[in-house]
Design a protein around this ligand. Structure first.
Ligand code: IVH
Length: 723
């Protein structure tokens, strides 16, 4: 049926009541079902929200005037209903079983599962690979949805697997769950899947909850994680409240009653015979059928072959995990062929044909032992929660950033609090939320200090800025330490043996006050420091000496000018060629540089307008720091300017940094992830999902030899020109 058909079925032509309201109600329901599916499931609405609301109101009014017209599948039934005393229990026709979990979070988990399946199926090495459907393991709660004559009649939680709770009223409020299926659906069917809360919806909900708590509303609390919030919403006795909790749904299995008669005792028979009878022979087909009936099925679901296919999927999803809008705690593998599923059957309470393969947990509970304020290189004050050590996202975490004053306030983290800590991918750990129920009575709201905790200078927060900054500049030892470490960084002038402990000692002892002091300090000053011996002192002095021969981009980056990162430093050098030209460039001239906007230009100008900064540059030069100066290169004339490259895997001879430097020298950007905007991927051994993605998107892929050929082809004409 097309949208036009839906809108054509208007009731105006009908002559006599009561058929008139009945038909109009039916037509409205039809239209609202159709637009609801476009909106909630396909995310592609075809009419404005206001239009939908108008149709909705009309149906509500009609049903209020004619209560007999209100059907259980009416979209108006999504909005809640009477408060319940408790939930009725429901006996599951087919038990809702759990699933075996592979304990190894590495590839061996998938290999072990495939090996077991092959053995159980009696397959030898000569037999073909087993096909699987690989799915995400959604971190929500399992739900059974029973449809009769195409209408959602009952939604039940898993409970103990045999009996669950009837949560139909609440589940009806989930827009993604169809209340009615197309007319070709079998008379009786059951769909199982996961009710979950998307991360964005969860954060917005907690935001609203915090506002309620702040407004003094009783009995309100924030939720620990999306799973918890979803479970709370599903088991909410007041469906009106449930309706305000934004839930989502993914369908992952279909159960059709067997039509071959009585006496079908085993779970396998109950589970699977009905599907085969309806011409569904694979899990893939079952999911496809669910999609056709209007259920949301996750787009990352994939048919794969053999253990290699499972391993690749596990790795691919591991990479994607942090970019998904919802939480998963692993993936699930299911044998694709229903016949094979049937012969594998069940062991006690678990199917043999499916397994969950987990990822390390990204969130854990711990306690806040203190809140410290750290001072960064540019004077930025960052509140940091010091935590009782906790293993999360694969590492032990003891610090979590609270970002800035507003964030710390918003989350209201206090010393002594029990908090949820999240570490996803390589992102720095953060405090997600506070378990307010566990808060100690004597806890106090955290406030940002108005003086620098290190040097005592005033700390100010400028208008439109989120951060407080220490105004002490290089008077502040914290900023001095950070400035020195930044100058000595591997990607700046690189002073190998200068670690943060040594810098702490040198600054605290007053040996180093400004960068040039690095080159002035002698053997005695160093060797007399604690933990320093003759050999280590000589090593440090040798690496300081070595750093004198550097390049201008490294030196400029090393100065630590706010907003001047590596890439900007390179652009500036490319554009102006010489240090003096950069120091004397006007705002307008700076704005000519590729990628330099008003904020960066102003920052460069402000830096070099300060006599003491110019003095530092002069003194460093006087100490013997040198670099080769070049000629200015106008505009973005470098051969790879505007192109983005991604490096993945291990190259046979070049290090990542070397490959990156080569590409950047030709004007290319080197990014961390592959997207449609990537021009080329350079892949080495054990390249993983980035290579897959490049191939999927049809992006050019080079190996090391290809990269070197590209670099030489571009490098030689320039050298000729110089000669
Ligand atoms: S299949 C008999 N598929 O994991 C096998 N379960 O099952 C039935 N879960 O709490 C489960 N994502 O809600 C299956 N793609 C998925 C899943 C999934 C999440 C949950 C399920 C249950 C637990 C164990």
């Amino acid at each position: 049926m097309t949208t036009a058909d839906l809108f054509d079925s208007d009731f105006a032509a009908e002559p006599t009541p009561p058929t008139k309201p009945a038909q109009r109600a039916a037509a409205l329901r039809e239209q609202l079902h159709h637009h609801g599916h476009l909106y909630y499931v396909l995310d592609a609405p075809s009419i404005p929200d206001a239009e939908y609301d108008k149709l909705f109101k009309e149906l509500q009014t009609l049903e209020a005037a004619h209560p007999e017209l209100r059907t259980p599948d009416s979209p108006t039934q999504r909005v809640g209903g009477q408060v319940l005393d408790g939930f009725a229990t429901v006996k599951h026709v087919v038990p809702m079983l759990s699933i075996r979990t592979e304990t190894d979070t590495d590839a061996s988990g998938a290999e072990a599962f495939d090996a077991r399946i092959r053995k159980e199926l009696g397959l030898t090495e000569a037999d073909p690979l087993v096909d699987y459907v690989a799915e995400l393991k959604f971190d929500g709660l399992a739900m059974s949805l029973c449809y009769e004559n195409g209408v959602l009649m009952q939604a039940a939680t898993r409970g103990d697997g045999e009996t669950g709770e009837d949560v139909t009223q609440n589940i009806r409020t989930i827009g993604q769950i169809p209340l009615r299926l197309s007319s070709d659906a079998p008379k009786v069917l059951e769909v199982r899947g996961e009710v979950y809360m998307a991360r964005g919806d969860f954060e917005a909900l907690n935001e609203r909850q915090r506002a309620r708590i702040a407004a003094g509303e009783k009995g309100e609390k924030t939720f620990v994680n999306p799973r918890n919030a979803a479970a709370g919403a599903v088991r909410q006795l007041d469906p009106n409240i449930a309706a305000q909790r934004p839930l989502s749904f993914f369908a992952y299995s279909l159960i059709l009653p067997s039509t071959t008669g009585e006496g079908l005792g085993t779970i396998s028979e109950k589970f699977l015979d009905g599907l085969i009878h309806h011409g569904i022979h694979t899990q893939e087909q079952a999911l496809q059928q669910l999609r056709v009936w209007g259920f949301p099925v996750c787009q990352h679901t994939q048919v794969v072959s053999g253990s290699a296919g499972l391993v690749a999927f596990h790795q691919k999803i591991a990479q994607l995990r942090d970019t998904l809008p919802f939480d998963i705690d692993g993936v699930v593998y299911k044998v694709n062929y229903i016949q094979q599923e049937a012969s594998l059957g069940f062991v006690t309470r678990e199917p043999r044909w499916a397994v969950a393969h987990k990822y390390p947990a990204q969130e854990q509970l711990t306690t806040v032992q203190a809140i410290e304020v750290q001072v960064g290189r540019t004077g930025k004050l960052t509140p940091v929660a010091k935590l009782a050590p906790v293993f999360v996202g694969g590492v032990t975490v003891t610090n979590a950033t609270l970002h800035n004053e507003d964030e710390a306030r918003r989350k209201d983290v206090r010393v002594g609090d029990t908090v949820v800590v999240r570490r996803a991918g390589d992102v720095i750990p953060e405090v997600v939320s506070v378990i307010t129920e566990k808060r100690l009575h004597e806890s106090q709201i955290f406030t940002m200090p108005h003086t620098c905790p290190v040097c005592g200078s005033a700390a100010v927060r400028e208008e439109d800025e989120a951060d407080y900054r220490c105004t002490g500049g290089l008077f502040c030892s914290a900023q001095r330490k950070q400035a020195i470490l930044h100058y000595a960084h591997r990607r700046a002038v690189e002073i190998e043996d200068l670690g943060d402990k040594l810098v702490d000692q040198l600054v605290d002892a007053g040996v180093i006050k400004t960068l040039p002091d690095l080159y002035r300090m002698g053997f005695t000053a160093l060797v007399t420091l604690e933990r320093m011996a003759e050999k280590s002192t000589n090593n440090v002095l040798a690496s300081i000496e070595k750093s004198k021969h550097t390049t201008l981009p490294r030196f400029l980056f090393g100065l630590g000018i706010r907003h001047v990162g590596e890439a900007t430093a390179k652009e500036l050098v490319r554009h102006f060629g010489k240090m003096d030209a950069i120091m004397d460039a006007t705002l307008d001239q700076l704005l000519q540089v590729a990628d330099v906007g008003p904020i960066v230009a102003q920052s460069v100008r402000t830096f070099f307008d300060q006599p003491h900064n110019r003095e530092v540059v002069e003194q460093l030069r006087a100490c013997g720091v040198t670099w080769l100066e070049g000629e200015p290169v106008a505009g973005a004339s470098l051969p790879l300017a505007g192109q983005t490259f991604v490096l993945t895997g291990t190259l046979p001879t070049l290090s990542r940094d070397q490959a990156k430097d080569m590409l950047e020298a030709l004007g290319a950007k080197v990014a961390g992830s592959v997207s449609k905007k990537t021009h080329c991927v350079v892949a080495g051994a054990e390249a993983g999902s980035k290579l897959d993605k490049a191939q999927e998107l049809g992006i050019q892929v080079l190996d090391e030899a290809g990269l070197l050929a590209l670099v030489t082809s571009h490098a030689s004409p320039a050298e000729d020109a110089e000669a």
